[in-house]
Ligand binder design. Structure first.
Ligand SMILES: CC(=O)N[C@H](C=O)[C@@H](O)[C@H](O)[C@H](O)CO
Ligand SMILES: CC(=O)C(=O)O
Length: 303
């Protein structure tokens, strides 16, 4: 277990969908972006999650991204494949594919669309984790799935030795502590809400997986370092800068991810735009991108 824990400790950007100008998955952009993030010193990547626009992609597209990332960065970092999909069958296909590619772990949201009973969620996750030999990380994100992980279901899932962690995106940071305690501290907890990264770490999260990391990864790496060395005051300052940036990223007509992708373009990292129904930034939004990029650059320069 100790070895495994070390592998999953640190900063894990949620990887973005990288499209070409026609909106198809781009091999060169995917590989370039993965290498760019590795060069920043991240611990690993969370591939194919919400930020990867998984919900708007077909299985073949999701497999392409999983493959291009693995080919680009190999075993230099820890790779987590998010395989949540509308059907168990599709999730298992993605899970087996990720295992073949050499991914280090699987992760999945609960079933979406139909509000299914907890027993169905249990079987969905169990079917996925029994389909490979990989460790499994539960993804709890009630604000998008409508289901908030209960201690009862967590305890049931823990009977599978393969469950090594929870990526918790619910807003109460107390959930992080409760999940950790329920497992007698045997689970790796990943903080989900980037706006509460510092709080999540202080409540027991070992690591973070986040949708905004990749556009300002230096800030999360630094905050993580400050927490580890006990410099809480400076970690709090970074969190405050991060939150102002996230609020700005979310203040445009275009989706947060389209704003992030425009900022990345200004950093010479063109990974295309977002897939509809996510809206691209246009018109007056575009002017605000320069201001947001300046906020990010200034914050990075401060620490
Ligand atoms: C609801 C949602 O997508 N949460 C993400 C994952 O936990 C976060 O990383 C957000 O992208 C981030 O906190 C910005 O709001
Ligand atoms: C946002 C996030 O962590 C994800 O891509 O699932």
């Amino acid at each position: 277990m100790r070895l495994i824990v070390e592998k999953f400790k640190g900063i894990f950007p949620a990887f973005y969908a990288c499209y070409d100008e026609e909106g198809n998955i781009s091999e060169s952009r995917t590989k370039q972006f993965a290498n760019y993030l590795v060069s920043k010193g991240i611990q690993g990547l969370y591939v194919g999650g919400s930020s990867g626009e998984c919900i708007y992609q077909n299985l073949e597209e999701r497999k392409l991204t999983l493959r291009y990332v693995a080919e680009a960065v190999g075993h230099q970092i820890t790779l987590i494949a998010h395989v949540g999909a509308p059907s168990t069958r599709d999730s298992i296909e993605l899970a087996k594919y990720a295992e073949q590619l050499g991914y280090d772990a699987l992760s999945a949201i609960p079933p979406i669309y139909f509000v299914l009973p907890e027993d169905s969620i249990y079987h969905y996750w169990t079917d996925i984790l029994e389909s490979t030999n990989l460790p499994f990380i539960i993804y709890n994100i009630p604000q998008t799935t409508g289901y908030n992980l209960s201690i009862q279901l967590l305890n049931r899932m823990l009977q599978h030795g393969k469950v090594i962690g929870v990526k918790n995106s619910s807003m109460p940071v107390m959930d992080i502590e409760r999940f950790k305690t329920a497992s007698s501290n045997n689970l790796i907890l990943f903080n989900g809400p980037d706006e509460q990264f510092v709080a999540g770490r202080l409540m027991g999260a070992d690591s973070g997986i986040g949708g905004t990391y990749a556009v300002m990864v230096e800030l999360f790496l630094k905050a993580n370092e400050f927490i580890s060395s006990g410099d809480i005051a400076r970690a709090q300052q970074i969190q405050s800068d991060i939150n102002s940036i996230i609020i700005a990223l979310c203040s445009l007509n275009g989706s947060m991810y389209s704003a992030i992708k425009e900022v990345l373009k200004k950093n010479n990292m063109d990974i295309g735009s977002v897939r509809k129904p996510l809206q691209p930034v246009t018109g007056e939004d575009l002017q605000k991108i320069d201001e947001i990029k300046a906020m990010i650059d200034q914050a990075i320069a401060k620490y």
